[in-house]
Design a protein around this ligand. Structure first.
Ligand SMILES: O=C(O)[C@H](O)[C@@H](O)[C@H](O)[C@H](O)COP(=O)(O)O
Length: 242
């Protein structure tokens, strides 16, 4: 595990953008395409805008990307809470990604259960389940102030402890919505993983995840422990020191 403590949010986004460029370039040195699972939420927005900007947009060959998403709020695309909408509007609409290689979770005209089952099939089309082969080349992860990541929330033990399915769904009472999420097995089989955590509001959760005894039902982000890959934490001083 590598911890990158950055001065502030802007510095954090720049360090993470440079790390992404490096990981993707290393991947494309030996593979035709790279696969990346994006996080939702707010913290990643400025990172995505940076990647879409003049300084970075030509540093990554997005035409060679297979795009995935770590989790989704089960709301229509038109809903401002949609992670897919946020990722497209801040990044994908501004880079040369091939639409046929964007794989987001469906959130309309089907149940959450069907959406999770269909995304499981999408993932199994791209990655060889049951083998020891790595899955995503890059995974970006946010962390909530309750130590959740993806849509693995404290107390949602079935989703947190899922050992077989690569994608599942859950009812999130506090947000009155279903969530679709990839699970620990596929995430922990990835190659380059990075959390992005910013702000003093995350300081207690970050400290708990890093220093409390392993208890992923209480601190779900602790379940992210790559089997082969490397785990990076990109945090700013406010999140580190409160
Ligand atoms: O759909 C989501 O909300 C996310 O995927 C979630 O896991 C997010 O990364 C954390 O909740 C952090 O969110 P913020 O970056 O908004 O604090």
């Amino acid at each position: 595990m590598e911890l990158h403590v950055c001065k502030d949010y802007d510095d954090l986004c720049e360090h993470l953008a440079n790390w992404m460029v490096d990981c993707i370039c290393k991947t494309l040195a030996t593979k035709e395409r790279f696969s990346i699972a994006f996080t939702g939420g707010n913290t990643a927005k400025r990172l995505y805008a940076l990647l879409a900007g003049d300084a970075y947009k030509n540093k990554i060959d997005w035409s060679r990307a297979n795009i995935f998403i770590g989790d989704e709020r089960f709301v229509p695309y038109s809903d401002e809470r949609s992670n897919a909408r946020m990722i497209r509007e801040t990044l994908l609409n501004h880079v040369a990604v091939n639409e046929a290689h964007i794989h987001f979770m469906q959130t309309e005209n089907m149940s959450a259960e069907t959406s999770a089952a269909e995304y499981e099939e999408v993932l199994q089309h791209y990655f060889n389940k049951g083998t020891n082969e790595p899955t995503f080349d890059v995974v970006l992860l946010g962390m909530g102030d309750d130590a959740h990541t993806l849509s693995l929330f404290p107390g949602h033990t079935d989703a947190i402890n899922e050992k077989n399915k690569w994608c599942t769904y859950l009812w999130l009472e506090q947000q009155d919505m279903y969530r679709i999420t990839i699970t620990a097995p596929i995430t922990n089989a990835a190659k380059y993983l990075a959390f992005i955590v910013s702000g003093s509001g995350k300081a207690v959760a970050l400290n708990n995840v890093m220093h409390k005894p392993y208890d992923p039902e209480k601190y779900p982000s602790q379940i992210i422990k790559p089997v082969h890959g490397e785990l990076n934490w990109f945090v700013d001083e406010a999140a580190m020191n409160g």
